[in-house]
Design a protein around this ligand. Structure first.
Ligand code: WT7
Length: 649
């Protein structure tokens, strides 16, 4: 990425200071940065002491064979014991671990003592099924309590789990089971989505018909819909419910594989990102404590992600439980039975800390301000964002309409591969700049480099890299060390290449610009899709925007934009509206960033994790037949978009 990107810097000057009350008793202070800068490994060693170890570690980090890291060398711990039992032993058995809310309105409350009994029963059941330490277990469940229970049961006995998001197809599930050579699948008859039971078991049946490694399928009854049964099937209620609720946890090595999580990437087979035990749990526990300023005695924390993504692994299951937090877990979609459901949940459980994604925030903007205004959200004290760059306008909307201009917004940058949060404001220290993830966390060495790997000065832009190993880093790609080295450690000597573009502003604060593949080259200028999208979303009539570069005979690439108008906005059709938006972008970023074409569409194509699939929009913009649409949440979206297109030109 050249310096040209920088001439298009967002003209974003709004600043929000940390609330004084929060700052006065914040978990992380300005000294935390200094402390970590002075002795990075010593800092992480102190964070590891948040956990309970059965055997102390020797070296903090073994980096003698880079990029293969070992953290807390020789140490032993049990992750499930750390997430559950030790809180019960500390007298906190009655504290709620999860307020679970089913989509149809049924609820379950699990205290730490309840969770301990359930995890032990499930661990005993896995052993009865022949699952042993080191085996892989695929988990394909809806957002029900059996999901974290299954993960913790695996962790307890040392089996490595591979959670596959419930929206994935049989083919995707089969690939992941095969790659990990999983012995068991844990699934359910189905879950509830958009007011209806949505079956899961038939997908599993289809997948495991061709996966010889699978010996048994353990099935939770959730919807009571009829389902085909096979000899390999075992009902959860038949096997687990009758088990003893006692199980003695064995310690496992700090580097014992805790889980594999597949990330699709743009090309090739999904990559099985491998995370291990001690370093992973240390960083997710620390970041959950510091970034969300968690006070486990009083906070009610809710992360709206699905546990099928890394956000759910790290910030619904492992981080919050390691910290003894009380969390909300919700099964369904935000619009069922009505578009205020999430705000109703916050009101009902008096949620104090809320963590969600920009795609959800933009959806709420589109639905209208009056919906959250109808609920009491005054319990909130801190709100967070993850998954994509948050457009400044979405940030300000979130801060105002959800956070009542009172809650700090933490924009957290990280990846499946990083395991835990890497870049984020500290809510009691860092001022908020809408659209900026701000600073690497204490103990994390992040930089922005040019294409030669040289750090760019303040005001410069380039590639985001991590310069030192971190505790929750991926250890490899499951079964493919070579691909691990090639994908992440070969672009720049001795640095982890994240694949994201970023810039440093004049204060040295970090702004993420999206995947480097999403940078457009227009008349020799590098322009990031994120910048143009944010400029479009800053127009009062626009709720969401997606931008792609289409081949253009004159300019090399030309900017094509797809926009969804805000719910109540008028005058959002025709050439007049397109011109209004083009002029708006030109004013915000300069004439070079003016889209050649703007299309008003009802929906945008998104992956199941909520990311816009610009690749498909590019196919549309370039008038090609569509590429692979299997990871789309809703395949019909592309028909809706194509129907809106002017006759191909
Ligand atoms: C990619 C990783 C980390 C949990 C969810 C996504 C983008 C993530 C931010 C942010 C700008 C962000 C990056 C990153 N991303 N958070 N706060 N600001 N971009 O995990 O599916 O592995 O995706 O998401 O492009 O590389 P993932």
């Amino acid at each position: 990425m050249s310096q040209e990107t920088l001439s298009n810097l967002l003209q974003e000057n709004r600043r929000f200071a940390p609330p004084p009350e929060l700052a006065a008793s914040a978990n992380a202070t300005a000294e935390t940065y200094a402390e970590a800068a002075e002795d990075r490994l010593g800092f992480w060693a102190r964070q590891a002491e948040r956990l309970s170890w059965s055997k102390p570690w020797g070296e903090v980090l073994d980096w003698t064979n880079p990029p293969f890291a070992k953290w807390f060398v020789g140490g032993e711990l049990n992750v499930a014991y750390n997430c559950v039992d030790r809180h019960v032993e500390a007298g906190l058995g009655d504290r709620v671990a999860y307020h679970w809310e089913g989509e149809p309105g049924d609820t379950r409350t699990l205290t730490y003592a309840d969770l301990q009994g359930e995890v032990n029963k499930a661990a005993n059941a896995l052993l009865e099924l022949g699952v042993r330490k080191g085996d892989r277990v695929a988990i394909y469940l809806p957002m029900i309590p059996e999901l974290p229970i299954s993960m913790l049961a695996c962790a307890r006995i040392g089996a490595t789990h591979s959670v596959v998001f419930g929206g994935f197809s049989a083919d995707a599930l089969r690939k992941r089971i095969d790659d990990a050579q999983a012995k068991l699948v844990i699934t359910a008859d189905g879950g509830y989505r958009r007011g209806k039971p949505s079956a899961l078991k038939p997908t599993v049946d289809e997948a495991v018909a061709e996966t010889p490694s699978i010996e048994k399928v353990l099935v939770v009854r959730r919807t009571n819909e009829p389902t085909a049964t096979h000899e390999r099937d075992v009902w959860w209620h038949d096997l687990v419910d009758g088990q003893s609720d006692e199980h003695e946890a064995q310690p496992h090595d700090a580097e014992h594989p805790l889980f594999i999580l597949y990330t699709s990437g743009t090309t090739g087979n999904p990559k099985g990102i491998l995370h291990t035990s001690g370093g992973y749990l240390t960083q997710v526990a620390y970041t959950h404590h510091a970034v969300f300023d968690l006070k486990p005695e009083t906070d009610v924390y809710w992360c709206s992600a699905d546990i099928g993504w890394v956000t759910g692994h790290s910030y619904i299951v492992y981080g919050p439980l390691a910290n003894g937090a009380t969390s909300v877990m919700y099964e369904g979609t935000p619009d069922t039975p009505h578009r205020g459901r999430w705000w109703e949940v916050i009101q009902k459980y008096k949620v104090t800390i809320f963590y969600t994604a920009p795609t959800a925030i933009r959806t709420f903007m589109k639905w209208g301000d009056d919906i959250p205004a109808g609920y009491d959200l005054s319990s909130l004290r801190l709100i967070g964002s993850v998954g994509e760059p948050i457009n400044p306008e979405a940030y300000v909307w979130y801060r105002h309409h959800i956070g009542a201009d009172r809650c700090p917004v933490v924009d957290t940058w990280w990846q499946t591969e990083t395991g835990g949060i890497m870049i984020s404001p500290l809510p009691g220290v860092t001022e908020g700049k809408p659209g900026a993830a701000m600073r690497p966390l204490p103990g994390v060495s992040v930089d922005v480099v040019d294409d030669q790997g040289q750090a760019v000065p303040n005001g410069g832009g380039g590639f985001l890299v991590v310069k030192e190993p971190w505790p929750s880093m991926l250890r490899t790609i499951w079964g493919d060390d070579e691909r691990y080295v090639k994908t992440y450690w070969s672009r720049f000597e001795g640095m982890y290449f994240a694949g994201d573009g970023a810039k440093k502003d004049d204060d040295g604060d970090l702004w993420l610009l999206g995947r480097v593949d999403d940078v457009m080259l227009v008349s020799g200028h590098n322009i990031s899709t994120t910048e143009v999208e944010s400029a479009l979303v800053s127009h009062p009539k626009v709720a969401e925007a997606a931008v792609t570069g289409a081949t253009d005979p004159v300019t090399g690439q030309a900017i094509v934009a797809f926009v969804i108008p805000r719910g109540a906005a008028e005058g959002t059709e025709g050439e007049g509206f397109a011109k209004e938006l083009r002029d708006h972008v030109a004013k915000a970023l300069g004439p070079i960033a003016k889209p050649r074409q703007i299309m008003v569409v009802p929906e945008l194509p998104k992956t199941r994790s909520g990311k816009i699939m610009r690749r498909l929009l590019k196919d549309v913009a370039e008038n090609r037949s569509l590429g692979d649409v299997t990871t789309l949440t809703d395949g019909s979206v592309m028909d809706l978009i194509s129907a809106k297109l002017p006759a191909a030109k």
